[in-house]
Design a protein around this ligand. Structure first.
Ligand SMILES: CC(C)(COP(=O)(O)OP(=O)(O)OC[C@H]1O[C@@H](n2cnc3c(N)ncnc32)[C@H](O)[C@@H]1OP(=O)(O)O)[C@@H](O)C(=O)NCCC(=O)NCCS
Length: 174
């Protein structure tokens, strides 16, 4: 198991967060989890917004309360980020699920994906979530592997036009 701990977002790690996003952008990938799209010019404002999002405030129409966590390594570098949704909307049941996560490109295939989901499941349980719905694109082998390694059982698959691919839906039972 890798050594890393899950923390709440803090403006102290602005530089590490910047490079996290830069690495995602450089590889041409969509930003995951979705909150990374909301970073603006003022990082402290972003941190404040994340806090309000966890209380269900200042969110776009139809969005549910969601909590963001950062996985940091021994060097205080953000290696992975997760976003936990307590109450699933019908849309999130189909796509998105309870937890989304992304790992810094340069830190992949070292176990951090597995680790952030493991620690995020612990957080989610403490937030009162029982069975966890987790989704991923079928072609995203790394993601499905991370989910299965954390006890995920494939529930269903469906082609979703908005993603242009087959989406897998898993349950991780309490
Ligand atoms: C998917 C993602 C989270 C995987 O993170 P990671 O840190 O590389 O995952 P791990 O190191 O814990 O790897 C877990 C397993 O998946 C495998 N794996 C990881 N990436 C893989 C890939 N691209 N292709 C095939 N297998 C892969 C690993 O070899 C490992 O296999 P093992 O169980 O046999 O040892 C990461 O690639 C990522 O952030 N991708 C972009 C965002 C995203 O897709 N998020 C998930 C959306 S739900």
């Amino acid at each position: 198991m890798v050594s890393a701990r899950l923390i709440k977002p803090t403006s102290r790690l602005r530089k590490s967060h910047e490079s996290f996003i830069t690495e995602f952008r450089r590889s041409g990938e969509e930003l995951v989890p979705w909150v990374l799209d909301r970073v603006g010019k003022n990082f402290k404002d972003y941190i404040t917004w994340l806090e309000s999002a966890s209380e269900g405030r200042n969110l776009p129409e139809g969005y549910v309360a969601n909590s963001t966590f950062w996985l940091i390594d021994a060097c205080d570098e953000i290696v992975a980020i997760s976003n936990i949704r307590c109450d699933l909307s019908a849309d999130l049941m189909k796509l998105g699920g309870h937890i989304g996560f992304g790992v810094r490109s340069s830190a992949r295939r070292k176990g951090y994906g597995t680790e952030i989901l493991r620690q995020s499941l612990v957080e989610a349980r403490s937030l009162g979530i029982g069975d966890m719905r987790i989704t991923c694109d079928k072609e995203n082998l790394g993601s499905s592997r991370v989910i299965v390694r954390n006890g995920g059982q494939l529930d269903e698959e469906e082609y979703m036009a908005e993603r242009g691919c087959i989406v897998q839906r898993y349950w991780i039972r309490r």
